[in-house]
Ligand binder design. Structure first.
Ligand code: SF4
Length: 359
């Protein structure tokens, strides 16, 4: 049986697993877990365990973090955005981004898959296709590397890196429990945001899981079916009405405000009529906050970046429609760390080398 990754488990789960599988030393499970996730170390010897118990721990459990293969930074008016490229055990690579939030606070944008099968037309990751899901421990590893190897003071987590988290639901929901685990990382649900392309089954599951204080945002990008289906193929499976129904049912708490992300694409989705369509879509959804994001042209641009005037004009139209709006400031564009830019060619192993690795 393969070794279980300590950081893919909650404190209670590790205790239970250790009790079942270790002949001795299982009473140290809580401390082993906390040492791993809070200090980034797996050293049962340092806890005073004897040689046989340490051997047993090492034969059943592992704690391996991915290697940092590149680190790039971009200084902007809001602070420094940093992108880290991590190499996984099979040679594939994922990216995580540290986003400055002011007052020395940072949000870590994490990946949930290597590549993505959703194929959104404006996204670099979508062009890779889906290479594989990340395991729970690989999702958590991004935070542990950020905290313990790079010393980043991470406050919030946003699932907006490579991949669609709700398409990797089992591993993703386990990762949420590990992040939120009061015996371990203890990251409050309020500090975690899930950004989805509009994965209806995933939104329904989110509802069933009953984690009521999480933040949710959707990537809308078009509020007219024909255009959205062109930009975001998932819309052909679940059209705007279906998505709207699922979101209208998702009211986890009284003061919940749904984030509606809208990437402004000049010449494609930036007219007065588009602003009206967004308002119509949002009407039955209760409290929303629309985030307008200026398009970041990647390696194969589908249009140009909008001017500041175009962004302001569109925001003005949304406000006329009565919507609360804010402009999401683009951070990290020069290092391809901005929205829709993760997964650039230098950060991935191509499919031929993947086959070689798997032989
Ligand atoms: S925008 Fe998100 S869901 Fe769409 S292709 Fe990119 S990573 Fe996947």
């Amino acid at each position: 049986m393969p070794k279980r990754a300590i950081h893919g488990l909650t404190n209670d789960e590790l205790m239970e697993d250790a009790r079942r599988s270790l002949p001795r030393g299982h009473g140290f499970a809580r401390r082993v877990h906390r040492m791993a996730v809070l200090e980034g170390r797996f050293e049962p010897e340092a806890l005073g365990l004897g040689a046989a118990a340490c051997r047993a721990w090492r034969s059943e459990f592992s704690f391996e973090l991915p290697e940092v293969v590149a680190l790039e930074t971009d200084d902007g008016p809001q602070g420094t955005t940093s992108k880290v490229v991590l190499r996984l055990y099979d040679g594939l690579e994922v990216e995580a981004v540290r986003i400055p939030m002011g007052r020395n606070r940072y949000t870590l944008c994490v990946s949930s898959q290597v590549g993505c099968k959703m194929g959104c037309g404006f996204c670099e990751t979508g062009r890779m296709g889906l290479l594989r899901h990340l395991s729970t421990s690989e999702i958590i590893s991004q935070l542990l590397v950020a905290k313990h190897r790079l010393g980043w003071p991470v406050r919030n987590i946003v699932f907006m890196g490579m991949g669609e988290a709700l398409d990797n639901a089992d591993n993703f929901f386990r990762a949420l429990r590990v992040l939120n685990d009061p015996g371990g990382l203890a990251i409050a649900q309020e500090r975690i945001t899930i950004c989805t392309v509009g994965h209806v089954q995933g939104i329904e599951r989110l509802h069933q899981e009953g984690m009521k204080r999480l933040n949710l945002s959707i990537s809308l990008n078009a509020a007219v079916d024909s255009l959205r289906s062109e930009l975001m193929p998932i819309n052909r499976r679940s059209d705007l009405r279906t998505l709207q129904r699922a979101l209208a049912c998702y009211r986890p708490r009284k003061n919940f405000a749904l984030g509606v992300n809208y990437c402004l694409l000049p010449g494609l989705n930036d007219t007065r009529a588009d602003a009206r369509a967004i308002a119509d879509f949002c009407k039955p959804l209760g409290r929303v906050l629309v985030n307008v994001i200026a398009y970041n042209p990647g390696s194969i641009p589908i249009t140009r970046a909008p001017s500041e005037y175009e962004v302001e004009q569109f925001i003005g139209w949304l406000r006329e429609e009565g919507l609360p709006v804010r402009q999401r400031v683009t951070k990290g564009r020069s290092v391809m760390a901005a929205c829709g830019q993760l997964g650039n060619p230098s950060a991935r192993v191509d499919r031929r080398s993947l086959r070689t690795l798997r032989v």
